[in-house]
Design a protein around this ligand. Structure first.
Ligand code: 5GP
Ligand code: MG
Length: 183
């Protein structure tokens, strides 16, 4: 698997520092919501954000719950975005709650917009969004995201939870693959 790696974009230490900084920013913002309960509901978009969210929640001292959503935007062997298939198990009492949607990477922005729409139907007090990676793409630039880890060029990235054909999620670093590995 290591032989398939073309370039390491961010190694595990850089990722850890970045995730800690995002966690601090989120925790500080929640503390600043004076007079409001600072309990939050995290909505991770699976499967890509699994590793990120596992690390992130350990930087959040607030009371929190998790309700996962799953959006498949890259079915089969393709790395091109197709239609979206959505499944989820949101808590049924989101009304009036603070919700933080967490995804691995912002590409066209469609996934985040879609999940945000679904969450907003439950009338939460507030919805914030967080992505570890944001690609330099016109779609991504048009979508507001409250917390962004790294801005990256328009390349296909795997590792730290992100996959190619469901492989490479277990790589501890964020990397690009050699073209031979993507055939
Ligand atoms: P969007 O809806 O913003 O176009 O795409 C977001 C989703 O597409 C992410 O949650 C992720 O699952 C997938 N995706 C987009 N770009 C990449 C990438 O470079 N690598 C991987 N592994 N998945 C990606
Ligand atoms: Mg995803």
């Amino acid at each position: 698997m290591r032989n398939d790696v073309d370039c390491i974009l961010f190694d595990r230490d850089e990722i850890a520092a970045c995730v800690a900084a995002i966690g601090r920013a989120i925790a500080d913002d929640l503390d600043a919501l004076a007079g409001h309960p600072t309990e939050i509901v995290l909505v991770p978009i699976l499967t890509g954000s699994m590793v990120f969210v596992a690390d992130l929640i350990r930087h959040l001292p607030q009371k929190l719950r998790i309700g996962v959503m799953s959006v498949s935007s890259y079915p089969g062997r393709s790395i091109e975005s197709k239609g979206a298939l959505i499944r989820g198990s949101l808590p049924d009492d989101l009304a009036g709650k603070h919700v933080l949607i967490v995804d691995d990477i912002l590409d066209t922005g469609q996934t985040l917009l879609l999940v945000r729409q679904i969450v907003e139907e439950h009338r939460p007090a507030e919805v914030r969004t967080c992505v570890l990676l944001r690609k330099a793409r016109p779609g991504a630039a048009a979508v507001h995201v409250d917390y962004v880890g790294f801005d990256i060029p328009d390349a296909f990235v795997v590792g730290y939870g992100l996959d190619y054909n469901d492989y490479y999620r277990n790589l501890p670093d964020l990397v690009t693959l050699r073209p031979e590995a993507m055939r």
